[in-house]
Design a protein around this ligand. Structure first.
Ligand SMILES: C[S@@+](CC[C@H](N)C(=O)[O-])C[C@H]1O[C@@H](n2cnc3c(N)ncnc32)[C@H](O)[C@@H]1O
Length: 234
């Protein structure tokens, strides 16, 4: 089903966690970039949208944030809950449906590596804008559409449902995601009441040169992910 692209995460949640805790792309490429864009979150109410196994939620709690979060995958929500206990309220909810929080109720939304599973990004950004207080921020990361287009071919300008095959110990998982031009992602945000404060195409950190030299060389040529900081305007 093209509207339930999180399903593979239900089947590989524990393996994703084991990989993401110290993996090159999650722990050393995505998280440092996103945490730097989030800045000081102490005392802020942060919504972790598409929270996965709760690695970000745990880090945000350690940085003094009040954290709430959700994910469509019940297996991921179970992992996140066992990681953060009663220190954060984690729910099952979808990024591509009305999200179960009141208007103007959070200071910051974090959405890491999840928006590319959503078909209608306008609707998602509208919901994130609704729950943010005026002047609040969204920090999101996503797969870089240019790199995905180089990997997959076809027209860069087409909106395409792509498939990657992830080999895990439990077997092969087909993970589908939406590839769209970068301008469409930016327009979905700006049409929904956000201005773009920063756009980051991260560089591979030095730690990757020794531990994952092939990935380091790849990321020296083209970005794997991109990250945005968006400001909610009324
Ligand atoms: C690559 S993982 C990232 C998890 C976490 N944000 C992190 O960076 O560690 C993508 C997550 O997005 C979730 N996801 C995918 N589609 C979703 C949707 N429509 N609504 C909510 N969560 C979704 C998946 O279940 C998965 O946990």
């Amino acid at each position: 089903m093209t509207d339930e692209l999180w399903r593979p995460y239900d089947r590989m949640a524990a393996e994703f966690l084991a990989h993401a805790e110290d993996g090159a792309y999650n722990a050393h490429y995505d998280r440092p970039t996103v945490l730097e864009l989030l800045g000081d979150v102490s005392g802020l109410r942060v919504l972790d949208a598409g929270c996965g196994p709760g690695l970000y939620a745990e880090e945000l709690l350690a940085r003094g944030a009040e954290v709430i979060g959700f994910d469509a995958s019940t297996a991921m929500v179970d992992l996140a809950r066992s990681r953060v206990g009663d220190r954060a309220e984690i729910r099952v909810a979808r990024l591509d449906a009305p999200i179960p929080y009141p208007d103007d109720s959070v200071d910051v939304v974090l959405c890491a590596l999840a928006i590319h599973y959503v078909a209608d990004r306008h609707a998602t950004f509208a919901e994130l804008h609704r729950v943010l207080r005026p002047g609040g921020a969204v920090v999101l990361s996503t797969q870089h559409p240019t790199t995905d287009w180089l990997r997959k071919g076809g027209s860069y300008f087409d909106r395409t449902l792509e498939t990657d095959a992830w080999s895990m110990l439990s077997g092969r998982h087909e993970v589908q995601f939406w590839r769209e031009p970068l301008s469409d992602l930016c327009a979905a945000a700006t049409d929904s009441g956000f201005v773009i404060q920063r756009l980051v195409e991260p560089r591979a950190p030095e730690i990757m040169r020794d531990r994952w030299p092939a990935e380091y060389d790849k990321l020296a040529q083209r970005p794997g992910f991109l990250a945005l900081r968006l400001l909610a305007v009324p």
